[in-house]
Ligand binder design. Structure first.
Ligand code: SF4
Ligand code: SF4
Length: 220
């Protein structure tokens, strides 16, 4: 996101005034206007994108970072078909720690499954669950979310973005059930910048899991 100095904006016509953005913003940067719509306070906003990840109707976006731009990246990946017998694993990696950790691991010679595709995200808090359901519906075999440490000793650059992502993902089980998919296909991890080798090993573990439980039925 280098160079992206835009602040979040929202499409008022689509807003349901649910207040998820206000509740999840780690910096208390969203107030209400006189008609009870969100009012973004740019002097407090750190541009983490957690509000974008939280919005159930996906009306919050930045100039060059939105549910649609990342969704397009996910859709642009070639997903092998059933007869190719190759899995496709999506990793959504926080650009602050997990993504550089994987980069460093590769530079240090660590190897991980060639079936993985990594998409960097601004903060795990900005991950909207539609990316996960769209990926699974599109035939990805697994989705891994890698973000910073949450909780009291948090290392999340945006305080509770990672925690919010974990909270949302704790509810992804219902979606998986509706899709009749195994819960192992979606997992969330805490990865520090020094955890490159561990992150690589987790990817390999997920590849083994897919080998064990089989390719996604959505390929067939
Ligand atoms: S981008 Fe982050 S800090 Fe700014 S309003 Fe959204 S959640 Fe709050
Ligand atoms: S989360 Fe989305 S729909 Fe809900 S109040 Fe915020 S902008 Fe409106």
């Amino acid at each position: 996101r280098s160079g992206d100095l835009s602040f979040p904006s929202f499409r008022k016509e689509g807003c349901t005034q649910c207040k998820r953005c206000t509740v999840e913003c780690p910096f208390g940067a969203i107030n209400e206007d006189e008609k009870r719509y969100p009012l973004f306070n740019e002097s407090r906003c750190r541009r983490c994108g957690t509000c974008m990840g939280a919005c159930p109707v996906r009306v919050i976006s930045f100039e060059n970072y939105s549910v649609d731009t990342v969704g397009q990246q996910i859709k642009a990946v070639d997903v092998p078909e059933e007869f190719d017998e190759k899995p496709r694993i999506l990793v959504l990696a926080c650009e602050n720690d997990a993504y550089p950790a994987l980069d460093m691991a590769a530079m240090n010679g660590a190897t991980y499954s060639a079936f993985v595709r990594i998409v960097p995200v601004r903060c795990l808090g900005s991950v909207n669950t539609i990316w996960i359901t769209d990926a699974l519906n599109g035939g990805y075999d697994a989705v891994m979310l890698m973000g910073c440490q949450k909780g009291d000793n948090y290392q999340c650059h945006f305080v509770k973005g990672s925690e919010m992502a974990h909270y949302r993902m704790s509810k992804i089980g219902d979606t998986l059930q509706q899709l009749q998919l195994e819960t192992e296909r979606v997992a969330t991890y805490e990865i520090a910048i020094t955890d490159g080798e561990r992150a690589a090993a987790l990817i390999n573990e997920m590849a083994e899991t897919i080998e064990r439980i089989g390719l996604s039925p959505f390929k067939f």
